[in-house]
Design a protein. Structure first.
Length: 420
């Protein structure tokens, strides 16, 4: 079936290519009215594709001098619920992987190639906070960033990256900020993980919990059995002190050895992102599935989420079933990527959004929201090019990080509520 068949079935709509479409004395006014009419009509059609329609209308505007060559804004913007709007915060990011909003409002963005970029007052600063020597093969590189709970006084910034060593391994390091740059020579290695044997499933998200401990999500390195052993750090959620030491109340402190005592939960495949709920400290882990299920797992000390013995919902008493899972491939999905709770100090969104968990899918190009209290999942945003991370600012707005392939087209956009 022709993907535009729903347009062809409505004879009342005339194409801008048809004779007479542009016939008028006041061409600009007629064009604007015709474009508005076509856009309004198209939005009610089955299978409406905003970016396709926007591109066609954009070409029409170029043809009569109402626009210049470029890319239509509608192709950049997401489709949002009524009452919401978005603006672009910054663009020109090369292969971004993660972001975090500092207490002072600056946004730090990880670029896979090793640069930690800073966005300040809506401007992408030309000089990176720090540039790391990373192994960026396949899924390696600079993958996570977090701020110390006492950042306003100690200025500590933590990063997770793939060290360019032989063999490569993932590492968590700490830097001291001085203005918008890292203090030269301030790097302190907090944790060196196991040597890598494959170039996939690195995880990489890092966040501080309500308890002041640093939590580190680590993938199974594409070896499923890694996730079920206490003899390495792969396929786990780790918990350490901010100085790299291991808390004695970790669940496997007395049964594991050495660095493996940092294991807090296991049975994960590739937890690329996770989030800590402000106030409660609850942790939701986004575990990217193999071929069947994408999971949101409820973080608990000592929990085993079952990979590779099980994937998706399970009744096996040995494992913790996800609080929500969706089929890989549904809604165009392939990998759950971003996650954040909506519990800002200042609420901007309607009251019904408070406490919900936003999550995104890389291939699906959408953001949905899950209610922990009811288990209900609702759509929120669509038509997003490769979303990889989400965050909520103190003013209550929602930010998403868009990767957009191997070019320097990555961008951050801000969603706010503007009213009905």
């Amino acid at each position: 079936m022709n993907r535009n068949s729903h347009l062809e079935s409505k004879p009342s709509r005339r194409s801008f290519l048809q004779p007479g479409f542009w016939s008028a004395v006041d061409v600009p006014t007629v064009v604007r009215r015709r474009i508005a009419a076509v856009r309004k009509h198209a939005q009610t059609a089955p299978g409406y594709r905003p970016c396709v329609v926007a591109r066609l209308l954009f070409l029409a505007q170029i043809a009569v001098g109402l626009a210049t060559i470029g890319r239509p804004e509608s192709c950049e913007a997401a489709t949002l619920p009524v009452g919401f709007a978005e603006t672009q915060v910054a663009s020109g990011l090369l292969q971004p992987t993660a972001m975090s909003i500092a207490p002072d409002g600056r946004i730090f963005v990880c670029q896979q190639g090793g640069r930690l970029r800073v966005i300040k007052n809506g401007v992408l600063l030309p000089k990176p906070f720090v540039t790391l020597a990373v192994n960026a093969v396949d899924e390696g590189g600079l993958l996570g960033v977090a701020f110390d709970p006492n950042f306003t006084s100690n200025r500590f910034v933590y990063v997770y990256y793939t060290a360019n060593t032989a063999p490569p391994h993932n590492r968590v390091s700490r830097f001291t900020a001085q203005g918008d740059l890292a203090v030269p020579g301030s790097q302190r290695v907090i944790l060196d993980l196991n040597n890598l044997t494959n170039s996939r499933h690195y995880g990489g998200a890092i966040h501080f919990g309500r308890d002041g401990k640093l939590y580190i999500a680590v993938g199974d390195n594409d070896v499923g059995t890694n996730a079920q052993t206490l003899s390495n750090l792969f396929g786990k959620l780790l918990r350490i002190n901010s100085n790299g030491t291991i808390p004695s109340n970790n669940p496997f402190f007395s049964t594991a050895l050495g660095k493996n005592r940092s294991i807090w939960a296991l049975g994960l495949r590739n937890p690329f992102t996770f989030a800590v709920q402000p106030g409660s400290g609850r942790i939701f882990l986004n575990d990217v599935g193999q071929s069947n299920w994408e999971e949101i797992d409820d973080g608990h000390s000592g929990a085993n989420y079952g990979w590779p013995e099980t994937e998706g919902p399970t009744s096996d008493p040995r494992f913790v079933s996800p609080v929500h899972a969706y089929r890989t491939g549904s809604l165009g999905s392939c990998a759950i990527t971003g996650g954040t709770f909506y519990n800002p100090p200042i609420r901007m969104f309607p009251a019904g959004y408070v406490g919900t968990y936003f999550f995104a899918d890389y291939c699906g190009g959408w953001i949905r929201r899950y209610s922990p209290s009811t288990g209900q999942v609702r759509g929120f945003a669509t038509v997003i090019v490769q979303p990889v991370d989400l965050d909520v600012a103190t003013d209550g707005s929602l930010y998403y990080l868009r990767r957009e392939g191997a070019t320097a087209r990555g961008a951050i956009r801000r969603i706010r509520y503007v009213g009905q």
